[in-house]
Ligand binder design. Structure first.
Ligand SMILES: C[S@@+](CC[C@H](N)C(=O)[O-])C[C@H]1O[C@@H](n2cnc3c(N)ncnc32)[C@H](O)[C@@H]1O
Length: 217
């Protein structure tokens, strides 16, 4: 379960001084917590607001999200799309597809978001698009694979975001005390740090988000 890496009081303060969650996202957040397993996976208000702000700043034409869950981050990311922009989002769990679609419709985004159901490792190569912005937020063991699969689909100057890069703070533990996922995330962080084709910043927000900017092919 994702622990807060900053004190709850500071997190609450940050949320208080962030534009409030709108009614639609609040309803999606609530329904996810009431009905869906592992609601801790949902980005939530603070991280969702950061994703939305980044998207508004970048004004992407094409976004790829790896890990839809109940659609919270997809709705946030889609806010900054250009008029003719489009977001592709992938999830292996078909049971969540209808709930996501209902919220995408309520947000007026049903024509701007395409849902793909299946393994991201199979689906990413099959999407024939270039992406200005990619958000990696699926199974932690495969972040390195998703990074490799999306890399050539991102133009120089494009951005890749990766969530949970602090993995509950486990990434700083000695290796023999790390879970399998924490080891995989730590290896991913090292891979990104050693890759001269990107500049990156690891932001200690929520469970850690790395923002990567592609600077070479
Ligand atoms: C952390 S949740 C995504 C949360 C969502 N981005 C948000 O912020 O609201 C991770 C999702 O990845 C999906 N997932 C896990 N393994 C996958 C795989 N191999 N391919 C595609 N999706 C996968 C899970 O079903 C889950 O819904």
């Amino acid at each position: 379960m994702t622990k807060l890496l900053i004190p709850q009081t500071i997190n609450d303060y940050a949320e208080d001084f962030t534009t409030p969650e709108n009614e639609l996202l609040a309803a999606l957040n609530r329904e996810t917590h009431l009905k869906i397993e592992l609601p801790v996976m949902l980005s939530g208000h603070l991280q969702g607001s950061i994703l939305q702000m980044l998207s508004h700043m970048l004004k992407p034409h094409r976004i790829l999200e790896v890990g839809t869950y109940t659609g919270y981050s997809a709705i946030c990311l889609a806010q900054g799309l250009t008029e003719d922009g489009h977001l592709h989002t992938i999830d292996i769990n078909e049971e969540l597809q209808d709930m996501c679609f209902r919220y995408f419709c309520n947000a007026g985004l049903e024509k701007k978001i395409t849902q793909h159901i299946g393994k991201a490792g199979d689906i990413i190569p099959a999407i024939d698009e270039k992406f200005d912005l990619v958000f990696i937020d699926a199974d932690k063991q495969n972040y390195h694979l998703y990074y490799d699969l999306v890399f050539d689909k991102v133009p120089i100057g494009g951005f890749i975001l990766a969530d949970n890069v602090l993995y509950d703070g486990e990434v700083i533990l000695p290796e023999d005390q790390q879970s399998k996922n924490a080891k995989a995330i730590h290896a991913f962080n090292q891979k990104v740090r050693d890759d001269a084709r990107v500049e990156q910043v690891l932001m200690p927000v929520r469970d850690g988000i790395t923002i990567m900017r592609k600077i070479a092919n």
